[in-house]
Design a protein around this ligand. Structure first.
Ligand code: MN
Length: 727
């Protein structure tokens, strides 16, 4: 384990501004907090944060990052609080430690590898500062290096798989190839030990065959270049077993065919030298066509720059070459961390300025917006990426990605349409909340479902996703259709009953044939919609029942007004206005306020279902010529619905009048939905109050009470709007 002074010396060696006092305090604080906690290896727990800090010194990170590494497990694994760290080490470090803790907690909640991409995005979205992500990756790297100490096979495997699926690609995305390769290889050793051993065997075979090749090639290349006055460093390197394995998989190469296991990196002193070195090498050795790539003039999206080529080297061996400057080399290995470390040292490294780390990150974002690649974005060391998305969990840990602004209802629909349709509320992180609540990253949402719940028109306003909106509309349409079928069925039944007939199967089957309908529901649907009338159905089965239009009108009206002058005629059976149909395919005519207890009549409006009028409505005379559109209706006595109504009153113009009136109404359990005010004189004013009430009785009692209050001189129920009376 690295000693305290060693760690501090290392930081100071690359960062003259390092805060040694703070580093010393963080080291001591973490040692004390972790106390005698032990790792699976038997080592003191504290060795872990120290190693993580050590890994980060290789990346030349700043004091705050190193301190965060030392403290990264204190909040999660000891009694330490956020406040304590803030007091001792400042807000910046406290926030970073908190960020690492949050990521560790997320880790516990998921791990469905099929959702790796989403999980990676969640991690990036959670890290508000790029350094948090770097600490987390170093944490994972150290845990992987010590993975073999964990006794449970299942746990080792799960951690390795998670590393392979989530952390290794994440390191790659931000250009940290050394991290990526090591993470992959450590995971590979756990997940596919046999394959790795095969690769290793072949590697040592090849090594024996070309024992001195590494140094031979290095020497040859170096001297070739030196002759041309080019000073370079050549790094020869055997590829990692996992990257060899991946290549074998992707390109279907067998172990025997495997040859180019070495990669050479030629580090030059300037960009010009890269091209000059390339020229020398291509003139000296035969190059393999199709393998040359110029990532200097066109850097990779993550800022990677190099020239790539493959030549046939000494001993007829294919040799892969990467030619780059020192800075390019640094960035290739350390990726975002290198950018970060150079960020404010551009005076000391003027050539770094050319790389403009934030420019390539900006490019990444542009690419992301066009939806080409999923990369990360850093702006002023803040990760702003994926701010257009939120990532939430089901109680079972499934990760759901939604657009920012999505609500819990969107989430319910994202899980399953049936779950969305029956959503009555949600529990977010255990707290009961309305389903229109906006979601945050990492929220865990449990959908509360109601057996009788059905989507309402208004739900469309509480969702953000197209999927939810389409599902709500679909459900509304389906229900409307079912309501039309039910309405049509009732209309047929009531008309048949009025004729003393029973609208049963056998009788209606006859109508299907005559009217060319495939089944009864389609027939009912068209009647309900008003495309055909119930009278047409009656005529189809009983042609003799033809009646005059006038008598049909009279028939429909007769039952309502209750003054039957035709003793012989049967009273028409009535269509109940019940709660289920009300509001979807049965609606009350605009400007009218009938209530249960009032006589009503329905008019079938094509495509809209039935519009209900008070029987005394003057408009009804318009339908005298089309009596087939009229349907007798009655209120369903069991209905629980509240109905819109209106009261007109004249009140004393005095402070407090209004509150007395509204209180009186409230005492009757009626809902005021609107209130408008017309000043009449200094002493009196006219008021129109829209209220929802149960029925006529309810209304009458309420009006009685309003009249009884000392502040109202007159109060009357309005059955239809003033403009209706004029017609
Ligand atoms: Mn840790």
């Amino acid at each position: 384990m690295m000693r305290q002074y060693e760690l501090v010396d290392r930081v100071s060696s690359y960062d003259p501004r390092a805060n040694e006092d703070l580093l010393n305090r963080a080291y001591v604080f973490a040692t004390q907090k972790h106390g005698d906690q032990k790792r699976a290896s038997g080592d003191p727990y504290f060795s872990h944060p120290v190693e993580v800090a050590g890994i980060l010194t290789d990346l030349h990170l700043d004091t705050a990052s190193i301190a965060t590494a030392l403290l990264h497990d204190t909040i999660e694994d000891t009694e330490t609080t956020f406040g304590e760290i803030e007091d001792l080490f400042g807000r910046e470090i406290a926030d970073m430690v908190n960020g690492v803790t949050k990521m560790s907690l997320l880790e516990l909640s998921s791990a469905d590898t099929a959702q790796a991409e989403n999980f990676r995005k969640l991690l990036v979205a959670t890290a508000s500062d790029i350094r948090i992500l770097l600490v987390k990756l170093a944490d994972r790297l150290h845990n992987m290096r010590t993975l073999h100490f964990i006794k449970s096979d299942e746990k080792r495997r799960r951690i390795a798989q998670e590393t392979m699926d989530i952390y290794a690609p994440l390191a790659g995305r931000i250009g940290m190839h050394n991290f990526r390769e090591e993470l992959e290889d450590l995971s590979f050793a756990e997940i596919n030990k046999d394959a790795r051993e095969l690769v290793m065997e072949r590697l040592s075979e090849l090594n024996e065959q070309s024992s001195d090749m590494l140094s031979e090639i290095s020497t040859a290349v170096t001297s070739q270049l030196l002759e041309q006055g080019l000073v370079v460093e050549v790094h020869g390197r055997q590829k990692r077993p996992f990257s060899i394995w991946r290549k074998m998989q992707n390109k279907s190469i067998s172990l025997e065919q495997l040859s180019d296991i070495f990669a050479y990196r030629i580090v030059t002193q300037s960009e010009d030298d890269c091209y000059r070195a390339l020229g020398v090498l291509h003139r000296t050795y035969r190059f393999v066509p199709g393998r040359y790539k110029d990532f200097i003039s066109t850097p990779k999206i993550n800022g990677y720059q190099s020239l790539h080529t493959t030549v046939i080297g000494p001993n007829n061996q294919r040799v892969e070459l990467q030619i780059r400057t020192r800075e390019m080399h640094d960035i290739a290995n350390r990726g975002i961390a290198a950018h970060w470390a150079y960020k404010d040292k551009q005076d000391e490294h003027p050539d770094i300025a050319k790389i403009e780390p934030f420019n390539w990150l900006q490019d990444m974002v542009e690419q992301l917006k066009t939806g080409e690649t999923a990369e990360e974005f850093l702006e002023n060391t803040k990760l702003e990426l994926f701010t257009d998305q939120v990532f939430c969990f089901t109680p079972k840990g499934r990760l759901i990605a939604l657009p920012r602004g999505a609500t819990a209802l969107d989430f319910a629909y994202a899980v399953h349409t049936a779950i969305g349709n029956s959503c009555v509320g949600v529990r977010i992180n255990g707290l009961k909340l309305p389903f229109r609540t906006l979601l945050k990253n990492g929220d865990e949402i449990e959908v509360v479902r109601g057996e009788n719940q059905m989507p309402l028109e208004s739900w469309v306003h509480h969702v953000r996703t197209g999927k939810a909106r389409a599902a709500i509309r679909h459900s509304l349409r389906e229900r409307e259709e079912a309501d039309f079928v039910a309405l049509g069925g009732q209309m047929i039944e009531s008309l048949f009953a009025a004729e003393g007939l029973q609208a049963d199967g056998t009788l209606l089957e006859r109508a299907l044939g005559v009217m060319h309908y495939a089944n009864l529901d389609l027939l009912r649907l068209d009647v309900g919609r008003g495309d055909i009338s119930a009278a047409d159905v009656l005529l189809a089965v009983m042609p003799k029942k033809r009646r005059g239009r006038r008598s049909m009108f009279a028939g429909a009206m007769r039952g309502l007004i209750g003054r039957s002058s035709h003793k012989s005629a049967q009273r028409p059976a009535m269509l109940p206005l019940n709660g289920a149909l009300y509001g979807t395919v049965v609606n009350i005519a605009q400007g009218y306020f009938p209530l249960p207890g009032d006589e009503i009549v329905g008019v079938v409006m094509m495509g809209q279902g039935v519009v209900v009028y008070p029987a005394a409505a003057p408009d009804l005379i318009e339908f005298e010529a089309t009596p087939e559109r009229l349907v007798a209706m009655k209120w369903d006595e069991k209905t629980q619905s509240l109905f819109a109504s209106r009261v007109q009153m004249t009140a004393v113009n005095r402070t407090g009048s209004l509150s007395i009136i509204t209180q009186t109404i409230a005492d009757f359990d009626a809902n005021i939905t609107n209130l408008s005010f017309i000043q009449k004189s200094d002493d009196f004013c006219d008021l129109t109050v829209d209220v929802e009430v149960r029925d006529v009785n309810h209304m009458n009692q309420m009006i009685g009470a309003i009249r009884g209050s000392r502040v109202v001189s007159e109060a009357n129920r309005v059955i239809f709007r003033a403009d209706k009376t004029e017609s």
